[in-house]
Design a protein around this ligand. Structure first.
Ligand code: CAA
Length: 383
């Protein structure tokens, strides 16, 4: 097993790190505080290919491997979790399923503006009565001639406030959701399309997470992604990939928490010596660094398996479960090292602490990951 990154992967990581330091570090606190989506930084990410990292080159994508993708998400999230989230969702659960399940016309129409970052993507699965139990969606798409009439109430839509291209999960057979579960591409602004309530979330506040309501929206049947009834597999396939991106995001938040805690521990004097010289603090830092590294390895292993074409469900669930828990724990330890200042919005560790928590929830809660992992483990023969 070779744990070394390729020169190209190192170069991509360096580029993402430099971008994050130059463009995101100066605004990360302010955009969180104001709950503002930073278009000025987003516009600079397009030319760097951050919005089409793994998409085919013929549609403007960079066609990079999954390890490079994780390194970029990690470096962005290390500085600004909300922007890590924006590009992770856009790439993993919008551009990826379009690239995988879209027909040639759909790819030619929808991918180029998405991969260029001129349009932002959203993945709309969750509803008021369908969260972890994704099969319980109530949204419908009723065929009428060469269109569907779509009625949907989608909540917690990441990027929702700024998204132009949305993958919406509905049922074309309202009486039989399992058979009718379908993925449909919807464009912002068509008649009946409404951006609803902006969530007043605890963390990731620069990402406009909101509800999307479709009322009698007429959508061409040409926008069906895959076949009628294939939607659950499209959603689960996208989430298998997406969970690696969220794991990378959690690694970035963990690393960012460690970075600021190391710096603070060297600067802060207590009992006439820097915190870093106190053994209790050193032990915390050692545990934090070890946990970040373990989560990184699990995440890059899942990315490697994806690139090898292996079965992703279990490795991506393991990476997300472990990395999400790690990010919450490491950020919390970082708050502890900062003492009273760690509880103040004036210090970045407070933002990492809030941002970390949701990596244990979205794209499948820890408990959903445990279900996916346990099902896979129980299938295996014990030697
Ligand atoms: N890939 C392909 N197909 C899959 C699959 C996968 N990973 N997982 C399941 N399927 C298929 C199954 O093979 C089965 O097919 P058949 O009917 O042909 O046999 C079908 O899908 C149903 O599978 P299950 O019986 O396993 O379905 P289930 O109802 O028990 O659900 C679950 C399984 C794992 C719990 C699933 O519902 C799940 O992952 N839930 C969590 C949903 C989730 O992550 N939501 C987050 C939303 S996105 C978000 O967070 C917002 C954002 O923008 C960040």
């Amino acid at each position: 097993m070779d744990f070394n990154l390729l020169p190209k992967q190192r170069q991509i990581r360096r580029m993402a790190r430099e971008f994050a330091k130059a463009e995101l570090a100066p605004i990360a606190h302010e955009i969180d505080d104001e709950g503002r989506f930073p278009w000025e930084a987003v516009e600079k990410m397009g030319p760097l290919n951050f919005f089409g990292m793994q998409a085919p080159r013929q549609y403007g994508g960079a066609g990079t491997d999954s390890i490079s993708y994780c390194l970029v998400i990690e470096e962005i999230s290390r500085v600004c979790g909300a922007m890590g989230l924006t590009i992770a969702v856009h790439n993993s659960v919008v551009v990826y399923p379009l690239s995988q399940f879209g027909d040639d016309e759909q790819k030619a129409k929808f991918l180029p503006p998405l991969t260029a970052g001129q349009k932002i993507g959203s993945f709309c699965l969750t509803e008021p009565n369908a969260g972890s139990d994704a099969m319980s969606i109530e949204s419908t798409a009723i065929g009428e001639g060469d269109s569907y009439i779509v009625n949907a109430n989608k909540i917690f839509v990441t990027n929702g406030g700024v998204a132009d291209t949305l993958v919406i999960f509905t049922s074309v057979k309202p009486g039989d959701v399992k058979k009718g579960f379908s993925a449909i591409i919807v464009e912002r602004g068509i008649p009946g399309f409404e951006v609803g309530l902006l969530e007043n979330n605890s963390g990731m506040r620069a990402n406009p997470v909101c509800s999307i309501i479709l009322t009698d929206c007429r959508v061409p049947k040409a926008n069906l992604l895959g076949k009628e009834g294939d939607g659950f597999k499209v959603a689960m396939g996208a989430l298998d990939t997406g969970r690696i991106g969220i794991a990378a995001q959690a690694v970035g938040i963990g690393q960012g928490s460690l970075d600021v805690s190391l710096k603070y521990a060297k600067e802060r004097i207590q009992f006439k010596t820097p915190l870093a010289r106190h053994q209790a603090i050193q032990m915390m830092l050692a545990d934090m660094g070890t946990m970040v590294e373990a989560a990184r390895l699990l995440t890059l292993q899942a990315a490697h398996i994806k690139d090898q074409g292996g079965d992703l469900s279990c490795p991506s669930a393991m990476a997300k479960l472990f990395a999400g828990r790690m990010a919450s724990k490491v950020a919390s330890m970082g708050v502890q090292i900062h003492g009273g200042y760690g509880y103040s919005k004036d210090y970045p560790i407070e933002r990492y602490f809030r941002d970390a928590r949701v990596t244990e929830i979205y794209e499948g809660t820890n408990e959903i990951q445990q279900i996916v992992i346990a099902r896979e483990l129980l299938k295996r023969e014990v030697d």
